[in-house]
Design a protein around this ligand. Structure first.
Ligand code: HQG
Length: 175
């Protein structure tokens, strides 16, 4: 299931063309196209969507009756997720590797190839995100309340990941 989920993420966030998919402007593709592109059956897709540890995927039936699926966040392809700015919790967290700490302290958090910087609601989640990097994990605290006061817009994805364009170094507290 993890392997299928990773292939679905690749197809829906990063390389749809490789799977013969053409997402619409909001990132949706017909479920049937994804099944064909990945060579999986509907039961497998439903299991991955329902059982996904982070609820990465959303399925909706359009007004045309066609069922479509998209990733809720994390894209590198251009998509308009039509996220609505939301008031964030006072503090958010970002887990990363100690090896990039000096760079982050100097220049803040950048979104890299993704659309936004991803922030976690709690330390354990941030720690899990940071652990993907390998090496020693550090968790930074983001003063989201101050950022919001200063006009930075926060978005909350359908699966509870907080998104922001960038985090300047002044709003970060180190480990
Ligand atoms: C780092 C997964 C040096 C940043 C996770 C991170 C998340 C800098 C890496 C989601 C930097 C980008 C996103 C700077 C940021 N200097 N390094 N100035 N600013 N970085 O994967 O936040 O499983 O694009 O610390 O769970 O790690 O895919 O972002 O290490 O929610 O659903 O640059 O991806 O979700 O890496 O993870 P990523 P992320 P999924």
């Amino acid at each position: 299931m993890v392997r299928v989920s990773k292939r679905m993420s690749l197809a829906l966030r990063h390389e749809p063309g490789r799977f013969g998919l053409v997402p619409d402007r909001a990132g949706w593709v017909p479920v049937d196209d994804l099944l064909a592109g990945l060579g999986i059956d509907r039961a497998t897709l439903d299991t991955v969507v329902a059982g996904n540890d982070k609820q990465r995927f959303a399925v909706e039936r359009g007004s045309d009756g066609v069922e479509r699926i998209r990733a809720s966040q994390g894209h590198s392809i251009p998509v308009e997720l039509d996220l609505v700015p939301c008031v964030p919790p006072d503090q958010l967290y970002h887990g990363t590797s100690r090896s990039v700490l000096a760079s982050i302290e100097a220049t803040g958090l950048h979104r890299g190839s993704r659309h936004h910087v991803h922030l976690s609601v709690d330390v354990p989640t941030a720690r899990r995100v940071g652990a993907r990097r390998g090496g020693e994990v550090v968790v930074l605290t983001v003063d989201a309340a101050a950022m919001a006061r200063d006009g930075h817009l926060f978005y909350c994805s359908a699966n509870g990941v907080w998104l922001v364009d960038a985090v300047p170094p002044g709003y970060l507290a180190g480990p």
